[in-house]
Design a protein around this ligand. Structure first.
Ligand SMILES: *Cc1c(COP(=O)(O)O)cnc(C)c1O
Length: 377
């Protein structure tokens, strides 16, 4: 098999991660690295520094920690490390990933309250204010930025203002938005933000990361409820031993991620990447409406990351058939996850450009078998 066959994707992933990466990101994994040699650890240090610069102008206030595993492992390591034994977490949840934070917190034995709201409406900020006003025991508030369940972008600016008005610690799961939506965690008053390698930075799966406000994080050395997910210990080791991970690190994945960060810079940074995703989403949404496929969210709630669509109004529609037809044409889409609606999802992130979305729309137009079920038989 030649290299070209090995790196050529049989289809484009229009999924929220793992996603389609560039050939050069994949090729960066072709070397083996030693985990304690400087050649490798300098890459880790460079990655950490770059992540902080992507997150804020106030680089001196924050530090990045990398953690093995998928994104959820990083969420669990933050929750389990930053909540003190007598802490209480309020989770604002309006989708699968918000509820996953509360499941993690409860499983760790942390006192947890959930402010649940519907999956397709904007969250109710008055209820958040009331919850903080009425419960002085709450020490931390967590929310998902882009709720990948629906594609909704939660208003973390307004949430942060309320959280800080009541002087609580603010945790944001920005897994699917970090690198794809412009933000500054210092302006947003975020104490901990979490993301992973295989989302908007466009790397491959294998580790996640948290960017922590050092002044707060420095108080967390006694909290960990797990050894392997002790984020504080991981941070101290990286800080004191020039980027060393405590246990085997995903060397190839880190190397690919370093390449992905360079490619993000070449693209013109988050500003330009966010514009590309936004354009993808706009063209997709407009084109789908023309084909009779309606997005489930109002425009003002819709993120540029991923879009949920209602099933077409036809008794002949089956997601599995639609999925296979598109896969044959070179596109892999995503099933829906909203609790009580029939939906499917299309992601705009990864190495995906306007011409890909246009080709997808063409493929969907040709795949609307439900309009002509007789011919299909
Ligand atoms: C992808 C994602 C996660 C993490 O999922 P993993 O499967 O563990 O990588 C967490 N939160 C959000 C919002 C996500 O989109």
């Amino acid at each position: 098999m030649n290299l070209k066959d090995m790196t050529n994707n049989p289809y484009l992933l229009l999924t929220p991660g793992p996603l389609s990466t560039t050939e050069t990101v994949k090729l960066a994994m072709m070397k083996d690295w030693c985990t304690w040699d400087d050649d490798y650890n300098n890459i880790v240090q460079d990655v950490r520094k770059r992540l902080v610069s992507l997150a804020t102008k106030s680089v001196e206030k924050y530090s990045a920690v990398l953690m093995q595993g998928s994104g959820t492992f990083s969420v669990e390591s933050v929750i389990g490390t930053v909540l003190p034994k007598d802490g209480k977490l309020l989770v604002v949840a309006n989708g699968v990933y918000g509820h996953r934070i509360s499941k993690i917190s409860k499983t760790l034995g942390i006192n947890t309250v959930v402010l649940a709201s519907g999956e397709v409406e904007a969250i109710d900020l008055n209820r958040l204010t009331a919850a903080l006003e009425n419960d002085p025991e709450i020490t931390h508030v967590a929310i998902v930025h882009c709720e990948t369940t629906t594609g909704m972008l939660n208003p973390i600016d307004k949430v942060g203002q309320i959280v800080k008005r009541y002087n609580r610690i603010f945790i944001v799961d920005a897994m699917s938005s970090f690198g794809g939506v412009e933000l500054d965690i210092d302006d947003l008053q975020i104490d901990y933000i979490i993301s992973s390698a295989n989302k908007c930075i466009e790397g491959v799966p294998g580790f996640g990361f948290a960017i922590v406000k050092t002044e707060e994080f420095d108080k967390c050395q006694q909290n960990a409820r797990s050894v392997s997910l002790d984020l504080y210990d991981q941070w101290k080791t990286m800080e004191e031993q020039n980027g060393k991970w405590r246990f085997t690190s995903p060397t190839h994945v880190v190397r690919a991620f370093a390449q992905a960060l360079k490619e993000l810079e070449v693209e013109g940074g988050i500003k330009n990447r966010a514009a590309r995703y936004k354009n993808n989403q706009k063209i997709l949404s407009k084109g789908m409406k023309k084909l009779g496929l309606e997005p489930i969210l109002n425009n003002e709630l819709q993120s540029p990351i991923i879009t949920s669509f209602y099933y077409p109004d036809s008794e002949y529609f089956k997601f599995s058939t639609f999925y296979l037809k598109l896969k044959e044409k070179g596109f892999v889409i995503y099933p829906g996850k909203v609790s009580d609606l029939d939906t499917f999802r299309i992601g705009n992130i990864g190495d995906v450009h306007q011409q890909d979305i246009e080709a997808l729309l063409q493929a969907i137009e040709e795949s609307r078998y439900w309009l002509n079920p007789v011919l299909e038989k």
